[in-house]
Design a protein around this ligand. Structure first.
Ligand SMILES: CC(C)(COP(=O)(O)OP(=O)(O)OC[C@H]1O[C@@H](n2cnc3c(N)ncnc32)[C@H](O)[C@@H]1OP(=O)(O)O)[C@@H](O)C(=O)NCCC(=O)NCCS
Length: 172
């Protein structure tokens, strides 16, 4: 099982290894600084068996600019930027991969975003997939490509909230 907590600098994170060097090194060296500077909010998934950090994700505010929107199929008609939240990073330690912890971590991030959307207006949730495999993971969870050529995927806030309402309402 996994328990989600807010970033805690006292928890050892140097051993975290998701297999991707840039996601590892950001977590080891920059997550704490960005937390203090309020530039990114990082959340941790702790294994309830050994209390180790099994996963993390970070959230930041974002804006999709008109030039990017014009290259997309869904939003080509937009004349103004779209307010967004960016799921900037999400990673599962190699020791815990393939046990649905990535899905649980993404689900927790999306619940936090749906909750935040009641207080803060943003139209869309964006992720930048680090590679094709990460993009496939997000597609599996309902995200769609913003443009045909890119690695940016999106989920509309209204879709997110509606999907969570279905899950929480048991499908009714
Ligand atoms: C991608 C990652 C987050 C997936 O986490 P995980 O805990 O191994 O994934 P889960 O066990 O929750 O898998 C959930 C589903 O996604 C699928 N999936 C997992 N990793 C996948 C991948 N790399 N490509 C395609 N599908 C993937 C699983 O097959 C599973 O599908 P199912 O529901 O049909 O069985 C993890 O492998 C990771 O941290 N990788 C390195 C960093 C990374 O790529 N991060 C992505 C964001 S930039």
């Amino acid at each position: 099982m996994i328990a989600f907590v807010e970033f805690d600098k006292s928890l050892p994170r140097q051993g975290f290894d998701c297999g991707n060097e840039s996601l590892n090194s950001w977590f080891h060296t920059q997550a704490g600084q960005q937390e203090r500077a309020n530039t990114a909010r990082t959340h941790l998934g702790l294994s309830t068996f050994d209390s180790c950090i099994a996963s993390y994700f970070s959230l930041v505010t974002y804006r999709l600019e008109v030039d990017e929107l014009q290259r997309s199929r869904d939003f080509a008609g937009k004349k103004y930027p779209m307010s967004a939240m960016l799921l900037a990073r999400l990673a599962v330690d190699k020791r815990y991969q393939g046990q649905r912890i990535g899905s649980l971590t993404l689900g927790h991030a999306l619940r936090l975003l749906a909750e935040a959307s009641k207080q803060i207006g943003f139209e869309i949730v964006v992720v930048h997939a680090i590679d094709a495999s990460a993009a496939a993971f997000y597609q599996k969870h309902g995200f769609e490509f913003l443009t045909d050529d890119g690695s940016t995927l999106f989920l509309l806030t209204k879709t997110l909230v509606a999907n969570l309402a279905i899950v929480q309402g048991g499908g009714n």
